[in-house]
Design a protein. Structure first.
Length: 467
């Protein structure tokens, strides 16, 4: 890990939508905490002026956060705007001139991956790379072959330790809480294996549609948008072994080792769906076969997890917005009281959004003479308090050279290897009504182990299963 902090922040794509909604508020938060005291150099090809960009910055902070006037002024004082085409040498000449006092810049490429090579070549040609780092936004390719090519391009200008592949999902506090809870509590480790766990479910449900992202979704779909990255990252945190210490590289290596053990997805264990009405969205082909829903079953080929099915479900226009992990424990070897016990009777549940909680499901006796039971859940809610927003945390880490929450080259390649067999419409597409839990065919993915756990919009009664 590079120890020295970056001494300049160069933002390619500073006039884009991501900057407006996420990055400017994150940088203001860093400035408010005193963690952003470097030149702020924005590069774009929008024909704007510095004044117009500062106006855009203020609008962003007012509409996507709370304007901190002092922090905003700090950003404006450090802001330099360079307008120019990424393919033109004069753009990089201007950038090098702006970096003359800096020797360790951080380049943040919030641009199309197809332009990465152009920018890296332009920086190399003019000698602007120096002792630099680069942050690149996902998607990291469209499949394994393109991911390998993308890494090759980045390596022409940067060492791998200086490449930070950012995925804001890894910066979320609840996601980090999975890893922490597992390894900070000794009561879990003896049970965290094939001997006691029957199955694991991860559901990422959204009760909204495209939200203006239909054109992007036509290129990505749910597999590339959330399965290959977000959801496989959750699987890794749930099932990886503890690292040997808290060194960032040790944690990333353990994550990669786990993902390499995940068997490539079998198309017969995958159901894709599309909500009715998607084809009417602007920018969507009238015969689009892009999935807005998916359900998969996967296996991890390790001693700890041999034979344990992991079920993943994600979709748009579902009944609620929630990301929930449900770990179902095996029943006792004999049902002493002769009861028919419902699904999810013994479980551990991590709810990652919209609220954060950990729930332990157990079966207890109902008061009275009869020996009959009922399921209850012991729930611990957690307030995120003063938790940093994902981009604030991740960009701050990148400037310090801390790569622990960034995907390594090996991790990205392992993720693509898992999903490659189901890319390119390898499985049928089923349609589902908006507000439902997806196509009925998704139940067949999990039929051998019971039912999907359907999260509730508000936590209240004990959990139930079924459609």
């Amino acid at each position: 890990m590079n120890a020295a902090r970056s001494d300049a922040f160069v933002f390619f794509g500073a006039t884009g939508d991501l900057a407006y909604k996420q990055i400017f508020p994150a940088l203001q938060a860093l400035a408010a905490r005193g963690h952003f005291e470097v030149p702020f150099i924005c590069v774009a090809r929008s024909g704007w002026s510095p004044e117009r960009l500062k106006e855009r910055l203020k609008e962003s902070l007012e509409n996507h956060g709370v304007l901190n006037q002092q922090a905003y002024q700090k950003l404006c004082e450090r802001l330099v705007y360079i307008d120019g085409d990424y393919q033109d040498a004069p753009t990089y000449d201007k950038l090098c001139a702006a970096l003359r006092e800096s020797s360790r810049p951080l380049y943040y490429l919030a641009i199309q991956p197809s332009m990465f090579g152009t920018v890296v070549e332009g920086l190399s040609r003019t000698g602007c790379l120096k002792e630099s780092r680069v942050v690149v936004e996902k998607p990291f390719g469209r499949d394994l072959a393109s991911a390998l090519e993308l890494n090759r391009i980045l390596h022409t200008g940067f060492e791998d330790r200086s490449i930070f592949r950012i995925d804001h999902f890894l910066g979320k506090e609840p996601v980090q809480n999975i890893y922490y809870t597992r390894f900070a509590n000794s009561i879990l480790e003896p049970l965290w294996n094939r001997n006691y766990i029957a199955s694991v479910q991860v559901t990422m449900a959204e009760n909204f549609g495209m939200g203006g992202r239909a054109r992007f979704y036509e290129e990505a779909g749910a597999i590339r948008d959330v399965l290959q990255n977000h959801l496989l990252e959750i699987i890794a945190y749930l099932s990886m072994d503890p690292s040997t210490g808290d060194d960032p590289e040790a944690i990333r290596e353990e994550c990669t080792r786990l993902l390499r053990a995940v068997k490539p997805l079998d198309p017969s264990h995958v159901v894709r769906g599309q909500f009715r009405g998607y084809r009417g969205e602007p920018g969507v082909a009238p015969d689009s076969s892009v999935e807005t829903f998916l359900a998969v079953r996967l296996y991890i080929d390790t001693w700890r997890w041999a034979g344990v099915p992991f079920y993943i479900r994600a979709g748009k226009c579902l009944p609620v917005t929630s990301t929930t992990v449900t770990v179902s424990f095996k029943r006792p070897p004999r049902e002493t009281f002769g009861e028919i016990v419902p699904a999810f009777s013994n479980h551990l549940r991590f709810r990652l959004s919209p609220d954060v909680l950990i729930g332990l499901g157990i079966r207890v006796k109902v008061p009275g003479e009869r020996k009959v039971g009922e399921d209850v859940e012991l729930v611990a809610f957690q307030s995120e308090g003063d938790a940093m927003a994902p981009y604030e945390r991740l960009l701050g880490d990148a400037m310090r050279g801390d790569a622990s929450l960034f995907a390594s080259e090996e991790t990205v390649e392992a993720q693509w290897r898992i999903v490659d067999p189901i890319l390119g419409n390898q499985t049928p597409l089923y349609f589902y009504d908006q507000g439902s839990w997806g196509p009925a065919e998704a139940d067949q993915v999990i039929a051998r182990d019971g039912l999907w756990y359907n999260p509730k919009p508000v936590e209240e009664a004990p959990v139930t299963g079924g459609r």
